[in-house]
Design a protein around this ligand. Structure first.
Ligand code: WQD
Length: 339
């Protein structure tokens, strides 16, 4: 079975590629290296002892996408990660996000529609729910007006896929709505590449503990939560990777109940920012320098998954705890700094 992973050298993509290779899938990676490096390919080979096919390609080049699929008519499925994902950047540069996240999805789907096997796993996000009215969040929660162009591209992406699946019964797709992916592979050979100042909480925590950042700023302690700081559902990236393979196999083995499905992929447990800080200190023995500052615009108070559907229908459940994830993130940070 040949699986195309776009953005396969990225944070989540690389962990999915490792999982696929270890399950003896033939893997092809497309990546434009805008947010990753070829060192990740070497690490994948070291971890698995296998070499995925790799091609550096920018999916915004429609002709190149078309030519690629002509050379790979025997693809059994596509897991589509390639996208820009910085919320703040998307506000500053919306057209970059609509071109890179929406335009490339259209090109991929145009080519996939010509193949025998039309299976697509789409990287979506819990950000589509905004601040959900009810917690934990189920897949039936209403999709709210996006808080950022980034979030909007995920909503639009799902709508595009839904519309195509309506008119192409053989086109089968699953959108995985991630909560907050954190951590790294146990080998510490792959993880979230630290490019620039981290926007996300956990890489900022590990860089503060490493002394690269002076102090963690906790964005607000006046939320209506148990300790005043915002709540999220932090899921180990290795658990998240496994969810992609289970979802792909659901499509390949025709186990879906409809040709477009969505699943919330989280642990089902919410943690406040201060609980994450405490868990990090406990898991690593490091003490963290932090201070409370104002809220970050656009942040929601709380988001954590209702995992009933993903547990019962997809047959997947997160295995790692928050402390496991934070320890793996710290081990990755130390390994990256040694290079
Ligand atoms: C988590 C919590 C912050 C940094 C975003 C995207 C989502 C997905 C994951 C791509 C919040 C607080 C953070 C810091 C802090 N991205 N925080 N100090 O915003 O929940 O989700 O990243 O797929 O789509 O929306 O993640 O890690 O940025 O923030 O206090 O230096 O940590 O306020 O409460 P977020 P995050």
């Amino acid at each position: 079975m040949k699986i195309l992973v776009t953005g396969g050298l990225g944070f989540i993509g690389s962990h999915v590629v490792v999982d696929l290779l270890q399950r003896d899938y033939e893997v092809c990676i497309i990546d434009n290296l805008s947010n990753s490096s070829l060192k990740v390919l070497d690490s994948i080979k070291t971890i698995t002892g296998k070499s995925p096919h790799f091609e550096e390609l920018d999916l915004r080049e429609r002709d190149n996408v078309r030519a690629y699929f002509k050379r790979h008519q025997d693809i059994n499925g596509v897991i589509h990660f390639a996208a820009s994902k910085a919320v703040g950047e998307s506000v500053e540069n919306p057209l970059l996000y609509y071109e890179n996240n929406v335009g490339t999805l259209v090109y991929i789907m145009q080519e996939l529609s010509k193949l025998e096997q039309r299976h697509l796993i789409f990287s979506s996000s819990c950000t589509v729910y905004g601040q959900a009215d009810e917690l934990p969040i189920t897949e039936n929660a209403p999709v709210k007006p996006a808080e950022s162009p980034y979030g909007n591209t995920k909503q639009i992406g799902e709508e595009i896929i839904k519309d195509v699946c309506k008119v192409q019964p053989d086109f089968c797709a699953i959108a995985l709505r991630y909560f907050n992916p954190i951590g790294a592979h146990k080998s510490s050979l792959i993880g979230e590449l630290p490019l620039g100042t981290p926007q996300n909480l956990v890489p900022y925590i590990t860089q503060t503990a490493m002394g690269i950042r002076e102090q963690l700023s906790v964005y607000g302690d006046d939320y209506p939560t148990r300790d005043g700081t915002a709540i999220r559902d932090y899921i180990h990236v290795v658990d998240l990777a496994a969810a992609h393979v289970v979802a792909l196999e659901r499509l390949i083995h025709k186990k879906s109940k409809a040709n477009f499905e969505t699943f919330n992929v989280g642990t089902g447990t919410g943690s406040t920012v201060l609980e994450v800080v405490q868990a990090f200190q406990k898991a690593t023995g490091e003490s963290l320098n932090y201070r409370i500052v104002d809220r970050r615009p656009g942040d929601v108070t709380a988001a954590y998954a209702d995992t009933t559907k993903v547990n019962s229908e997809l047959g997947w459940k997160a295995q790692y705890s928050l402390e496991d994830s934070l320890e793996s993130a710290w081990n990755w940070e130390k390994a990256v700094r040694k290079e």
